[in-house]
Design a protein around this ligand. Structure first.
Ligand code: KIV
Ligand code: ZN
Length: 507
């Protein structure tokens, strides 16, 4: 990281706080892919998980730590010696690692959650940070619920952490309560009272829609690290959205005069990759990356944009990596073309995986003339990143009803390696397919949401279906893509069932 007084460090917590967002669970392969994409995007630090919280988080932190070479990899830990040791162990193979310790400092959290007195919180901070520093040179300390903490106590805890060796002090607005001017004042107050070499970080939640505004205000007041997530995913209403923060800094550079290491052309690919992974479409009105962000509906706007795009566009689609789709591959593309295209897109796959994709590209090219970046990405997620599935679709034939007979689905599934067949009537073809699958696997989840999207243009486009299902209080999303949307629907439903089965195994 270049040492400049105006350089903002981007700490990405998509894989930790982001993953805490309801329904945003990622499997290990998806986390590793997302971490690689974050590295291409240019974030400085990737918080890969909370190693001591579960075996899955430990494995995710350890695997990301082994894979990532440019960015620093961090693990969250409480101010508890066992947490710190677990996190340090998970980060053992990281080229650059950081331990991120936190303890709550607001009266409410100390009394009702921690059941600790302020003195006990100070003592825990001192002991834990000293221990962390003995395991790792890069230690960040966070005062959880800082924005509702007494400013002088917050400063005292921060000074204690800095004296014990923390090099970054993070001020979270844990419940999204702060207001920009007030939050900036808190940051300036702290800055005047801690050693100049210690970096102040902020971590803002979006409960009142102010996460980006609060982060920008804090940067103006002297904070030099921003904690963000792609798409703003995170606990409850989410965290500060990386893409919004970065484009505010870029578009209003003369106002902020701050530098960062983000390659803005990787913004859209990063948001799109995350959206595919967690099965959540990008809302059309989402700032910077939503489908309407560069769409001009009103005639007067269209005329203006045609005369000069700057009339109504403060940034270009190209600046965030949103260019018109390129035809990338076709029926005759070979293994090398596929490998090099995938490498350009940030996927580093082994030979067997490339063979799988090659076969899938050939099969798709029989049904669809042109294959675009987006199609290739969907194939990778479909063929490579899926966990070994408990339930798998072998064959599906669907007949729509003609008035005499209701629609009917005939399907063959593989369940734990054994083939099962079933035929089912339904109100419509999708209903027949979902009922047929549910009956075959012996489950009856509730379908909460169903969405279909064309990945690229044209009637032969690959259809992408996302579903959300719930069962016994657990809910999950599933994603499937195929040129036939009924087949894509079956895959999405099975993907969600596989995720539910995995959640049950992990319980
Ligand atoms: O919101 C929060 O306070 C956090 C901390 C653990 C950094 O996520
Ligand atoms: Zn948080």
């Amino acid at each position: 990281m270049p040492e400049s007084a105006n350089r903002v460090i981007l700490f990405d917590t998509t894989l930790r706080d982001g993953e805490q967002s309801p329904g945003a669970t990622m499997n290990l392969r998806e986390k590793v892919h997302m971490a690689r994409q974050l590295e291409l995007l240019g974030v400085d630090i990737i918080e890969a998980g909370f190693a001591a919280s579960s075996a899955g988080d430990f494995e995710a932190v350890a695997t990301v730590a082994k894979e990532i070479r440019e960015a620093t990899v961090a693990s969250l830990c409480r101010t508890v010696i066992e947490d710190i040791d677990k996190a340090a162990e998970a980060l053992r193979h990281a080229k650059k690692s950081r331990l991120h310790l936190f303890i709550a400092t607001s009266p409410l959290h100390m009394e009702f959650k921690l059941k600790l007195s302020p003195d006990e919180v100070l003592k825990a901070t001192d002991q834990a940070v000293r221990h962390a520093v003995s395991c790792c040179t890069d230690v960040e300390f966070s005062c959880e619920d800082a924005s509702r903490s007494d400013p002088d106590f917050m400063v005292e805890v921060c000074r204690t952490a800095a004296a014990a060796g923390a090099v970054t002090l993070n001020i979270p607005d844990t419940v999204g309560y702060a207001q920009p001017d007030e939050f900036a004042e808190r940051i300036a107050y702290l800055k005047a009272r801690i050693p100049a070499k210690v970096i102040i970080s902020v971590h803002c939640h979006n409960d009142l829609g102010l996460a980006v505004a609060n982060t920008l205000a804090a940067l103006r007041a002297g904070a030099r690290q921003a904690e963000v997530t792609v798409g703003g995913i995170g606990e409850r209403a989410g965290n500060c959205a990386l893409e919004e923060l970065i484009m505010a800094l870029a578009v209003r550079n003369p106002y902020y005069r701050l530098e960062h290491g983000i390659h803005t052309q990787q913004i859209f690919p990063s948001v799109r990759a995350l959206s595919r992974i967690i099965g959540r479409p990008i809302p059309v009105n989402k700032p910077v990356v939503g489908a309407n962000a560069f769409a001009h509906e009103a005639g007067i706007h269209q005329a203006g944009v045609l005369a000069n795009p700057a009339t109504y566009e403060i940034m270009t689609p190209e600046s965030i990596g949103l260019s018109s789709s390129h035809i990338v591959l076709g029926k005759h593309s070979g293994k090398n073309a596929i490998r090099s295209k995938l490498e350009d897109m940030g996927y580093s796959l082994d030979n067997a995986q490339i063979d799988l994709i090659l076969a899938a590209v050939k099969e798709l090219a029989d049904k669809k003339k042109d294959i675009f970046d987006e199609d290739l990405e969907a194939l990778v997620l479909e063929e490579v990143y899926r966990l070994p599935d408990k339930y798998r679709l072998l064959h599906l034939t669907v007949q729509s009803g003609d008035g005499g007979l209701p629609p009917c689905a005939m399907l063959a599934l593989e369940i734990d390696g054994a083939r099962r067949e079933h035929a089912q009537f339904g109100v419509g073809p999708i209903d027949a397919v979902f009922r047929g699958i549910a009956a075959t696997v012996g489950r009856s989840p509730k379908l909460e949401q169903y969405a279909v999207n064309a990945i690229t243009g044209g009637t032969d486009a690959l259809g992408e279906v996302t579903v959300r299902i719930s069962e016994n209080g657990k809910s999950t999303v599933g994603r499937g893509s195929h040129p036939d949307i009924i087949n894509a629907s079956a895959r999405a439903y099975l993907n969600a069932l596989n995720r539910l089965a995995k959640m049950r195994e992990e319980m």
